[in-house]
Design a protein around this ligand. Structure first.
Ligand SMILES: [Zn+2]
Ligand SMILES: [Zn+2]
Length: 220
């Protein structure tokens, strides 16, 4: 499976950066996970990276925050898109998806061959926000892709373990700080809203890949 970061707070030369996250997964199908904060940035970067909106089969939205849904208009040019959201998302967002096939994910389950949603995981803070993460099943274990990880990265990792051994974590880690939970992973890619990015990069220097728009990763 090939993973390409399309939008992140950092970017390779020639690509735009913004506070947001979007990632593209090529497996049996082509899956977009989140859309960044603006249609302008995702459309620019996708074009540079050779990714076309009309070639995307499925869209998964991690949670209903502007820095993950702001680029929706770019991908909504694709009228054949199948979209995976959560029941808790705003009616405004659901309206924007009108006319498309929309699935409200209720529990951990496969959404494409070897690609799973964790199902809704609730954040433990006062916001009670629900978020889903993607789990890719590969020969050597599970690759996790997170949006912001508001519910806590450890709880996402715990959920992922239901599918098998976790080998990699990619995406926003939010305020995650109990670094022991990452020990034994093969690849760690802290992106977007990771508060302790420096500390994670220093602790796991041989495992970390610096996240930026344009980064590609392959897992077998
Ligand atoms: Zn968020
Ligand atoms: Zn975010």
């Amino acid at each position: 499976m090939k993973i390409t970061i399309i939008v992140d707070n950092e970017a390779n030369q020639g690509l735009k950066k913004e506070w947001g996250f979007a990632c593209f997964i090529e497996s049996a199908e082509r899956i977009l996970f989140d859309t960044g904060a603006s249609a302008e940035v995702i459309s620019h970067n996708a074009k540079e990276l050779g990714i076309e909106a009309k070639a995307i089969d499925k869209l998964v939205i991690s949670h209903d925050h502007w820095d993950h849904t702001g680029g929706l208009n770019w991908v909504l040019q694709n009228k054949g898109l199948k979209v995976y959201i959560l029941e808790s998302f705003s009616s405004q967002l659901k309206q924007e998806l009108g006319g498309l096939e929309v699935v409200e994910v209720e529990e951990l389950g496969e959404i494409s061959r070897d690609v799973y949603s964790t199902g809704p995981i609730e954040s433990a803070d006062k916001y009670r926000l629900y978020e889903q993460a993607l789990l890719l099943k590969t020969e050597k274990g599970i690759v996790i892709i997170t949006g912001c990880a508001h519910p806590g990265l450890e709880r996402i990792i715990e959920r992922a373990k239901q599918l098998g051994k976790v080998r990699a974590v990619i995406g926003g880690f939010h305020g995650f700080n109990r670094l022991e939970a990452l020990r034994g992973l093969e690849v760690i890619v802290p992106c977007h809203c990771t508060q302790y990015k420096e500390k994670i990069m220093q602790t796991f220097a041989d495992k970390v890949k610096p996240c930026k728009a344009g980064l590609t990763l392959e897992f077998r």
